[in-house]
Design a protein around this ligand. Structure first.
Ligand code: GLY
Length: 382
C-alpha cells in the first residue's frame, strides 16, 4: 500500500506493481499536490546550495536514471513526458549577483561538476532574448527538465496498467499491532489491511495519526508560488532552454516547454499550509524575470498557483525503512523531497522497491533513512 499519489508515491507504486506486488495507492487528490504545481527541473548542479554535498550525491544519481526512466515510462504507456536535455543557464542579474554566481561556480568546480562560466556575450549567444545588462552566467549542460504534468499523467497510466489500484480516500492513520504495520485507517473510518505501507504523502506525512513516537517524519510545508505563462499564437519563442537567475539576491527560474508554455517560479515561503496565490508573489516573480528577460512581459498569463514542498530539517529527503523494532516494522518512508521531488523520483522509487521486496537498496539513498532524525525532539501531537 502506498499513501500519497504525487510524483514520489506514483513512481514507487509503479515500480512495486511492476514487480508483481498487489499495490493500492490512496490520495484524495491524486497528482494535484506540489508535483502538479512544480516546474519539472532536473537540476542537481544549478540548484546546488553550499553545504548540500550529501544531497548532491543523491540528486546526481537520480539525474543519471532519468533518461532511462522517461524511456521506460514511454514504453509502458505510449506517453512522452517532455524529457528535455537542452541544459540550463544560471544567469547573474548584476555585479553582486555575479559575485555570488562565481562563488557558486568555484564550489561546483571543486566538486568536479560539469559547469562553465560564460561572459554576458556568450550567454546571449545561447539565449539572445536575455537582457543586454546581465552580468554573466553559468552553463550547466547536464541540468535538464521534464514536463511534470505530463509525467503525472504518464505515471498514473503506468500505475493502472501495471495492475495497481488508485483510491481517492484520505488516509488518516497508520495502523499497527505487535510492532508491525497492519494497514491504514481512512478518514471515512474504513480499515484497509496491508502488510507493508509506503508513506509518501509529502508534507502531509507528518500529520498521519498512529505512528509510534519518534517515527513521524519531520517534514513541514514550504510554500512555492509559480506562474504559468504562454507564448501567444505565432509569437517567437523567448527561450531555448531553462534559465535560472539571481536577480538582486532573489532566485527566479524560467522553464520553457515545447508546447509554448513557460513556467516561472518560484517563491520559498514558510507559511504553514497556506496555498493562497498572492498578488505579491506574482509581482516579485515578474519583476525579477523581466529584468533578465524583458520579453516575458509579452507572454500571456495562464495560471498562478501555489504548492507546498515537503521540507525536512536538512533539506534532504527521508527515504528508508523505519528501524527494526521501532514499533512499525513494514513501514517505509519516502517524503521530504523539498525542491527535488521530480528529480529524485526515479532513485526514490528504486530504493523503495528494494526496501519493500528485500532487494539491494541503491547505495546513494542509504544515508537518508528516517533513523537520522531519531534523536530530534518532536512537537507533541495532542
Ligand atoms: N525545484 C524548484 C523549486 O522547488 O522551486
Amino acid at each position: 500500500m502506498v499513501v500519497g499519489a504525487g510524483v514520489i508515491g506514483l513512481a514507487c507504486a509503479w515500480r512495486l506493481a511492476r514487480q508483481g506486488l498487489a499495490v493500492a495507492v490512496f490520495d484524495p487528490s491524486p497528482g494535484r499536490g506540489s508535483s502538479w504545481v512544480a516546474a519539472g527541473m532536473l537540476a542537481p548542479v544549478t540548484e546546488l546550495h553550499h553545504g548540500e554535498e550529501p544531497l548532491l550525491a543523491l540528486t546526481l544519481a537520480s539525474a543519471r536514471r532519468w533518461p532511462g526512466f522517461a524511456a521506460e515510462l514511454a514504453g509502458a504507456t505510449g506517453r512522452h513526458v517532455g524529457y528535455d536535455d537542452s541544459g540550463t543557464l544560471l544567469v547573474a542579474g548584476d555585479a553582486d549577483d555575479r559575485r555570488w554566481a562565481q562563488e557558486l561556480h568555484r564550489y561546483q568546480v571543486d566538486l568536479g561538476l560539469a559547469v562553465e562560466w560564460l561572459t554576458p556575450r556568450r550567454a546571449r549567444q545561447l539565449e539572445p532574448s536575455l537582457a543586454p545588462g546581465i552580468a554573466g552566467a553559468l552553463w550547466a549542460p547536464g541540468d535538464h527538465q521534464v514536463d511534470n504534468r505530463r509525467l503525472l499523467a504518464a505515471l498514473g497510466a503506468a500505475v493502472g496498467s501495471a495492475g495497481a489500484g488508485l483510491f481517492t480516500e484520505r488516509v488518516a492513520a497508520v495502523e499497527t499491532a505487535g510492532g508491525r504495520v497492519t494497514g491504514v485507517r481512512t478518514a471515512a473510518g474504513h480499515t484497509v489491511a496491508a502488510p507493508r505501507v509506503v508513506l509518501a504523502a509529502g508534507w502531509g506525512s507528518a500529520s498521519l495519526q498512529g505512528l509510534p513516537e519518534g517515527l513521524v517524519p519531520p517534514v513541514r510545508p514550504v510554500k512555492g508560488q509559480i506562474l504559468r505563462l504562454r507564448h501567444r499564437d505565432g509569437s517567437p519563442r523567448l527561450l531555448g532552454r531553462t534559465v535560472r537567475a539571481l536577480v538582486q539576491g532573489s532566485v527566479v527560474y524560467l522553464v520553457p516547454r515545447a508546447d509554448g508554455e513557460v513556467v516561472l517560479g518560484a517563491t520559498m515561503e514558510e507559511m504553514g499550509d497556506d496555498t493562497t496565490p498572492t498578488a505579491g508573489a506574482a509581482y516579485q516573480l515578474l519583476r525579477d524575470a523581466t529584468r533578465i528577460l524583458p520579453g516575458v512581459s509579452e507572454l500571456a498569463v495562464a495560471e498562478l498557483a501555489a504548492g507546498l514542498r515537503p521540507g525536512s530539517p536538512d533539506n534532504a529527503p527521508v527515504v528508508g525503512a523505519v528501524p527494526a523494532g521501532s514499533g512499525a516494522d513494514g513501514l517505509v518512508i519516502a517524503t521530504g523531497h523539498h525542491r527535488n521531488g521530480v528529480l529524485l523520483a526515479p532513485l526514490t522509487a528504486d530504493a523503495v522497491a528494494a526496501l519493500v521486496t528485500g532487494g539491494p537498496e541503491p547505495p546513494e539513498t542509504a544515508p537518508f533513512g528516517p533513523a537520522r532524525f531519531a534523536a530530534m525532539p518532536r512537537p507533541s501531537r495532542a
